[in-house]
Design a protein around this ligand. Sequence first.
Ligand code: GLU
Length: 511
Amino acid sequence: MERKVRVRFAPSPTGALHIGGVRTALYNYLFAKKHGGDFLLRIEDTDQTRFVPGAEEYIIEALKWLKIEAVEGVGFGDGPHAPYRQSERKPMYKQYVMQLIEAGYAYYAFDTAEELDGMRERLKASNVDAKYDAITRGTMKNSLTLPEDEVKRRLEAGDAYVVRIKLPRKEEVKFHDEIRGWVSFNTSQMDDKVLYKSDGMPTYHLANVCDDYLMNISHVIRGEEWLPSAPLHVLLYRYLGWEEVMPKFAHLPLLLKPEGNGKLSKRDGDRLGFPVFPLQWQDPNTNEISSGYRESGYLPEAVVNLLAFLGWNPGTAQEIFTMDELAEAFTLDRVSKSGAKFDQNKAKWFNQQYVRMMKNEDLAIILQKVLDEKGLSNKFDAAYVLETARLVKEKISFTKELWDYSNYFFQNPTEFDQAVIQKRWKDNSKQVLSDIKSTIETLESFNHEEVEKAYLTALEKNGVPSKDFLQLFRVCLTGVAGGPPLFEMAALFGKNNTVDRIDYAINTLGK
Ligand code: GLU
């Protein structure tokens, strides 16, 4: 029988969740959804020294904002495998460490920090790779070198110890990665990692493997930085007798700097002015604030869509996907092996596409709020605001840009784009404007076709080609050089207001 797909996102609460982490969560979520499986959120907080207050809440809030919802896990409701926070699962791990020690796959080590440093110094001095391994462990204080009764005495006396995995000296560990194919490591390159400490806390490696086993995880989909840990995990499954149910591994490519030279970091975001975190984050130690996609005006659907494409593609030209469509299309074999370069312009482009898909009514609500704040609401009716939103929609990438692009709909311009004025204002411009104005004044119905006709009539009368004057006319009506279709805007401004705007331009520019 096919195994039920169960995947997990297992972040450590050591700070704000980087968008690379969000992408890992998303791919897990999509994979689960595609296969009718479960997506879990497990918090890996065994390293209490790296615990950062607020980080766990941040992770949950970010996933909820993006609708990357877990079916079980911290913040999403308990399931049959609760608790989902490793610190709360502490008592569960001891039996597995004991099992490993009894089977000869792990051992106690009593070395002090000074002794470990001493070993590293000695080895470095003789140019040998400084690690606790099959060779060096023979020179250290552990249950493989100390007499049995001393080990017993130390354990009974409550001496501090760690439990290390006992790796074979030279053994090839091979496993199949769903993205990379066959991967192999040699234990000669690895060290006897600490699995457990005498305070009863497991380390990441042990807790991670035990929990994946206990939670019936079928696929481990995680960042490439965990690839070097995978052979150790494979050995743990083997030594614990769980090889049969070992999850399949898939290591995702790194998210790279826009230039492609190295991993995308918080500093790149600061340097280039884009967020690398889903939500704004204030570091509780330094109080430093880092920007977030949410606060920068990104729509959650756009963030999901852009993250999905950082390292995966559907193999077709389609770029805009809903979450359901992504889940439908997502396969691990279309995840690339090489790193994905972050492209800030593409990120904006995605948001722009989603803003364009928003209902005009919803944009109008946002715009109305700005007008309320500015005390301009009672001058404009709902239909005016709605039509403004419709016209401006194509111009913006973020909803927070609505006001920047529409302020002249609500306030007649008092300043004019000087570059355009200098280039386009001619001796006859005042006359042309006056003629446009008087033609407009005669109009009975004031819609964009009529306004355009009036404009063309006045230009013809003055022998000025339409396109030569259009930009100047735009600047006269709006103050700025670009924007939505001009005659549609004028139709919205209305006859009186359009005439006022032309008058003001004549008086100011025609002096
Ligand atoms: N706790 C690890 C992290 O912070 C989880 C790695 C894994 O998914 O196995 O990314």
